[in-house]
Ligand binder design. Structure first.
Ligand code: ADP
Ligand code: MG
Length: 166
């Protein structure tokens, strides 16, 4: 990493070899999601994005893995749960999983009402958000899933300017 900016970034890398392991990584990543948070969720079709969200939603007590499905057609899925790190405080987290693949332009994006989802309790995980500069400008980082050999996946969480640990 030659970019000086990289020094300010909070990067975590995981390698998994099955969907179950990726769900487990999702559970782990949930600990780092500190609302309000807006993250790109990047990866090819079948990389494991929905699988990862299953683990995140499960860790927040927001949904059973089988209840988490792709928002390809519905565009937005909402899962209400509780902070993993601050569970004793009963802090609510609203997990939103969005897929902007079918959104063609800024005008369509505006009608989606994303702004209204960005509450202080919200974590937004956005697929295809990199299509829109207005979205990337609002992002606090990204989760990238890369397919390596076979079932092997590399999952990278990058958080810009990490918030102070509490
Ligand atoms: P995406 O949402 O990125 O399109 P999905 O999570 O819907 O991907 O699907 C991932 C598919 O890949 C599932 O069928 C899953 O069983 C399979 N798979 C195989 N190995 C892994 C792995 N290491 N992590 C996640 N999914 C895996
Ligand atoms: Mg998916």
């Amino acid at each position: 990493m030659s970019e000086p900016k990289a020094l300010n970034k909070n990067v975590r890398v995981f390698t998994t070899h099955s969907a179950e392991e990726t769900i487990q990584v999702g559970r782990e990543l949930a600990k780092f999601l500190d609302p309000p948070e807006v993250l790109l969720l990047r990866g090819d079709l079948g990389a494991g994005k929905t699988t990862l969200v299953k683990g995140i939603a499960a860790a927040l007590g927001a949904a059973e893995p089988e209840e988490v499905t792709s928002p390809t057609f519905t565009l937005i899925h909402e899962y209400a749960g509780r902070s993993v790190e601050h569970a004793n405080l009963g802090e609510t987290i609203l997990l939103y999983h969005l897929d902007l693949y079918r959104i063609e332009n800024q005008r369509q994006l505006d009608t989606l009402g994303m702004e209204e989802l960005m509450t202080p309790q919200s974590v937004l995980l956005i697929e295809w958000g990199e299509k829109f500069p207005s979205v990337t400008a609002r992002c606090d980082g990204e989760i990238v899933i890369e397919t390596l050999h076979g079932d092997e996946r590399r999952i990278t969480l990058v958080l810009q300017s990490p918030k102070a640990a509490s």
